[in-house]
Design a protein around this ligand. Structure first.
Ligand code: CAA
Length: 260
């Protein structure tokens, strides 16, 4: 059953994962979360995949949040388990993906939907996208990492405004506060996300994944990001990609990276 809740398409190194639950504006229930987590996991070891683009089915929503109908009668214990499992099996795994994940935000990205986009490394939005964390309007708070990742991306002041007001913002406003990297008309969204993927794929896959790791380390408790960068930098010198990249520069040719 979970197969039909997400669609997957591979082309030229890009895996496009489309959340496909249009009747519920692609809301994240347990099955969608599991299917997405499996797809992200599989992509890590799939030699045909270099970059992942995540989007929503239809032209109305990226993801309208966690499935409100699924958790409406949960106890505190069940609520904690929902957030913990979701964070562990999906949101943290996306953020720690060794292959870059780009969110193509094609409409509403609310609650868990915005949190999903926040876990991705890059966000491109269509100009009709609407984003927000409306959880407090439901008497709950963001539970899939929104209270942590939104301030990291837009700063504490703007994040608190969005979280406490529960208001949605449009794509242009999202771009002006750094929440999304680019805004394009809906008909150009897929191509723009793919173009971003292609620009990343020109580089060493090994260095790209190491750079993700180095950036994330600065947000981890008890880890000194500068020390982590030194170690990651040093490790790069041991890779085939480093030899190839520097050799290609010296020989004035394009590098052919193996990703090793
Ligand atoms: N969960 C479950 N179903 C949802 C949903 C959600 N988050 N969002 C939309 N749907 C369903 C609606 O119930 C409706 O289903 P029915 O046709 O069976 O009634 C269908 O999708 C279409 O939605 P609407 O009729 O509401 O569409 P609209 O155009 O009038 O409004 C909307 C669109 C503004 C996005 C509105 O659907 C909405 O406000 N959705 C909820 C947004 C929200 O609060 N998200 C946060 C969820 S909590 C969370 O995510 C917690 C967390 O951090 C873990």
């Amino acid at each position: 059953m979970s197969d039909s809740l997400i669609l997957q398409q591979k082309s030229d190194g890009i895996l496009t994962i489309t959340i496909h639950r249009p009747q519920a504006l692609n809301a994240l229930n347990a099955e969608v979360i599991k299917a997405l987590a499996d797809a992200i996991d599989d992509a890590q070891t799939d030699g045909e995949v270099q970059t992942i683009v995540l989007t929503g089915s239809g032209d109305k929503a990226f993801v309208a949040g966690a499935d409100i109908k699924e958790f409406a009668d949960f106890s505190g214990k069940e609520g904690r388990a929902l957030a913990k499992q979701g964070q562990e099996i999906l949101f943290n795994r996306i953020e720690r993906s060794t292959k870059p994940v780009i969110a193509a935000v094609n409409g509403f990205a609310l609650g868990g939907g915005l949190e999903l986009a926040l876990a991705c490394h890059i966000r491109i939005a269509s100009d009709n996208a609407r984003m927000g964390l409306p959880e407090v309007s439901l008497g709950v708070i963001p539970g899939y990492g929104g209270t942590q990742r939104l301030p990291q991306i837009v700063g504490k002041g703007k994040a608190l405004e969005m979280i406490l007001s529960a208001k949605m913002i449009g794509a242009e406003q999202a771009a002006s506060c750094g929440l999304v990297n680019d805004v394009v008309p809906p008909e150009l969204l897929t191509e723009t996300a793919n173009k971003m993927a292609r620009s990343i794929m020109k580089n060493s896959p090994k260095a790209v994944s190491t750079a993700i790791q180095a950036v994330l380390s600065g947000y981890e408790d008890g880890i000194n990001g500068f020390d982590a960068e030194i170690n990651c930098f040093g490790a790069s010198f041991e890779t085939e990609d480093f030899k190839e990249g520097t050799q290609a520069f010296i020989e004035k040719r394009k590098p052919k990276f193996s990703g090793k």
